[in-house]
Design a protein around this ligand. Sequence first.
Ligand code: URA
Length: 220
Amino acid sequence: MAMPDTATVTAPASTVVVDHPLIQHKLTLMRRSRTPANEFRLLLREISMLLAYEVTRDMPLEMIEIETPLTTMQAPILSGKKLCLVSVLRAGGGILEGMLEILPAARVGHVGLYRDPVSLQAVEYYLKLPRDISERTAIVLDPMLATGNSAAAAVDQVKAAGCQSIKFVCLIAAPEGLKVFHDAHPDVPVYTAAVDSHLNDHGYIVPGIGDAGDRIFGTK
Ligand code: URA
């Protein structure tokens, strides 16, 4: 039976599909197998900047008094928790670059996870988070939310470090992964540019983009 290219199942309510035309256009260019690594990286950086805009949409503001060259005024500045971007190695680095362009003051953490090719379970090999992550909002970054196991394991670590305000950002999610992730972390919203059709037997998202790390770093 032919599968549709994008999910027909309803994504969990905590999923935000960022369907801005610029993002959708750039994602189509990324999906093409003939797109070379340098263009792929640039497109991912550009999409990540647009995702950064959406994931920070609810950041609180407070009014302060400032002086313009003409007068004083009450003007809005960001208030509330500061941010920590948590990149899931290695492909998370592709999103991190664009996010940092928009959010240069954010702290950065890294979680090293690889997917066991047989069990498809996440195996942790590295963890470095800012000491004060419990006082920050963490935005966890991984381009592909496939089985959901790595994403859930990364968020486990961020929660274990005391952080209670967490969002997850990816480029493409699979319906299966969204369910696993949502069951593990119903309090963590997922921001994604697309929800694709399904996972194949090797845990790859279809139609997807292939192996995100290989396409970012040209290691295929
Ligand atoms: N990781 C990837 O890089 N691609 C997939 O399709 C699934 C997991």
